[in-house]
Design a binder for this molecule. Structure first.
Ligand SMILES: C[S@@+](CC[C@H](N)C(=O)[O-])C[C@H]1O[C@@H](n2cnc3c(N)ncnc32)[C@H](O)[C@@H]1O
Length: 372
C-alpha cells in the first residue's frame, strides 16, 4: 500500500531534500496564520515534509465501514456508505494501509510529539496494533460518547453510541505535552476522565456543505488544548471538511492538512475563509416620514463592536446604500451611496426629483471584517 515516493523518502533522506522542492502548491495558504491545505494523497505528500517537523497530529482515517449496510438518519433509512475512500479492501490490505500512513506520520512528528487517531471498531484495533508495531507509546484511549445516536434498525445489535480515540507518543522515549491543569479546570476541578461526552457538529458547522463523517469542532478544540501549545504546528493527514484546521485557527495553532478529494478540500477552504472574513449585511426600511437619524449598523451608539470572528478583527470596509422606491412606479427610482440618510436625501433632491414621488427608502449596509 505504501507509495513509491513514501518508501524512497523514508529509506533515502537525500531523496527527501530533492522531493521537498516538488511539494505542490497548497490549495489553501495563509502565511499570516500559518495554515496550509494540500489536496492529494497523504501517503505521497507526507514524505515531502521534513522529518521531526510537526508537534501534534490528529488523524481521522477511512473507517472501512462502507459495506452497503443501512443506518438511520433523521428518521429515514439510509445507506451507511460514505464514499469510495471508505470501502474496505480486506483486513490485511486495510492494516497495511494503516501501518503505512502511521509510519509516515511518525516520521514527521517531533521526538516529543503525539498523535491522536479516531475511529470505530472497524479500524481502531488495527490502528492500535500498527502503533505498537511501529514502537509508539500508547498514552490513552478515549471513549467519545455521542448523545442521541441513530437507532439500530436491525435490532440485532446495541445502538452504536461511541467512537474511540487513541492518543500515542512518537516513541517510548517521548516526553509528551499534556496540559493537565487546563484539563482539570475544564472538568470542574477534578482530573479529566477518558470518557468524553461531546455533541455532534452543530448546524452552523455544516453551513458550507456536508461531510459524511465530520467531527465537531468542540472535540478537536479539546484535543488541541490537551496536547499542544499556542504556535505549535498541528497536522491532519485526512482533513475531510477541515475541522482540525478550524480548531487550530481558533486556538492560535499553525495547521497543515491533507485531503484527497477536491470537493472536501474546497469545503474546508470555505470554512477557513469564514474564520478570517466576516461580511455583515443589514437592511432597514423607512416609511415616508423619514427618520434622518435612524440606527445604522455602525456600532457607535452602544451596540456590540465585536465581529463574530474568533480572532481579533478589523472593520476594513463599510458601505451604505440607499434605494428610493417610487410611490406610483413600484421600482427603485434612485440609488445612492452615502454616509447618512440626510446626505442621501439631499442627493435625491439635487437630482431634481420630488419627495412626493417616494414610497419608501431602503438602506442596505455592508461591513467587511478581516481577522488580524
Ligand atoms: C473520516 S474522513 C475525515 C473527516 C474529518 N475529520 C472532518 O471533520 O471533516 C476521512 C477523509 O480522508 C480522505 N482521504 C481518504 N484517503 C486519503 C488519503 N490517502 N490521503 C488524504 N486524504 C484521504 C477522505 O476523502 C475523507 O474526506
Amino acid at each position: 500500500m505504501e507509495s513509491q515516493s513514501a518508501k524512497s523518502a523514508i529509506e533515502n533522506p537525500k531523496s527527501e531534500i530533492q522531493n521537498l522542492k516538488s511539494l505542490p502548491a497548497p490549495a489553501f495558504h495563509d502565511p499570516k496564520h500559518q495554515i496550509d491545505i494540500y489536496q492529494g494523497d497523504c501517503l505521497e505528500l507526507l514524505p515531502l515534509r521534513p522529518q521531526n517537523s510537526v508537534d501534534m497530529i490528529f488523524a481521522d482515517p477511512p473507517y472501512f465501514l462502507s459495506n452497503n449496510g443501512i443506518t438511520c438518519h433523521a428518521g429515514r433509512m439510509v445507506s451507511v456508505n460514505k464514499g469510495a475512500w471508505d470501502r474496505s479492501r480486506g483486513p490485511d490490505a486495510n492494516h497495511e494501509f494503516n501501518r503505512a500512513w502511521l509510519a509516515a506520520c511518525q516520521r514527521v512528528l517531533k521526538p516529543n510529539g503525539t498523535i491522536w487517531v479516531s475511529g470505530t471498531a472497524h479500524v481502531i484495533h488495527s490502528v492500535g496494533f500498527a502503533m505498537q508495531q511501529l514502537g509508539m507509546k500508547l498514552l490513552n484511549d478515549i471513549t467519545w460518547i455521542k448523545p442521541n445516536p441513530p437507532p439500530n434498525l436491525s435490532c440485532r445489535y446495541f445502538t452504536h453510541a461511541t467512537e474511540t480515540l487513541i492518543w500515542a507518543a512518537k516513541n517510548l522515549k517521548s516526553r509528551h505535552t499534556f496540559n493537565y491543569r487546563l484539563m482539570k479546570e475544564l472538568a470542574g476541578g477534578r482530573q479529566m476522565k477518558s470518557v468524553w461526552q461531546i455533541d455532534p457538529p452543530e448546524r452552523a458547522e455544516k453551513r458550507f456543505g456536508k461531510h459524511p463523517t465530520q467531527k465537531p469542532v468542540a472535540l478537536l478544540e479539546r484535543i488541541l488544548l490537551a496536547s499542544s501549545k499556542e504556535g505549535d504546528l498541528v497536522l491532519d493527514p485526512f482533513m475531510g471538511s477541515g475541522t482540525t484546521a478550524v480548531a487550530a485557527v481558533r486556538l492560535r495553532r499553525a495547521a497543515l492538512a491533507v485531503e484527497a478529494a477536491e470537493d472536501f478540500s474546497c469545503l474546508a477552504s470555505g470554512r477557513l475563509l469564514a474564520e478570517f472574513v466576516w461580511v455583515g449585511a443589514g437592511v432597514d426600511y423607512f416609511e415616508m416620514g423619514l427618520d434622518l437619524y435612524c440606527l445604522f449598523m455602525d456600532r457607535s451608539n452602544g451596540m456590540p463592536t465585536k465581529s463574530p470572528l474568533h480572532l481579533p478583527s478589523k472593520l476594513v470596509h463599510r458601505e451604505r446604500k440607499f434605494y428610493f422606491v417610487g410611490l406610483y412606479r413600484r421600482e427603485i427610482i434612485f440609488t445612492v451611496t452615502a454616509l447618512s440618510m440626510e446626505e442621501a436625501w439631499h442627493q435625491f433632491q439635487s437630482s431634481g426629483a420630488s419627495k412626493d414621488e417616494v414610497f419608501s427608502v431602503i438602506k442596505t449596509e455592508t461591513e467587511i471584517y478581516l481577522a488580524q
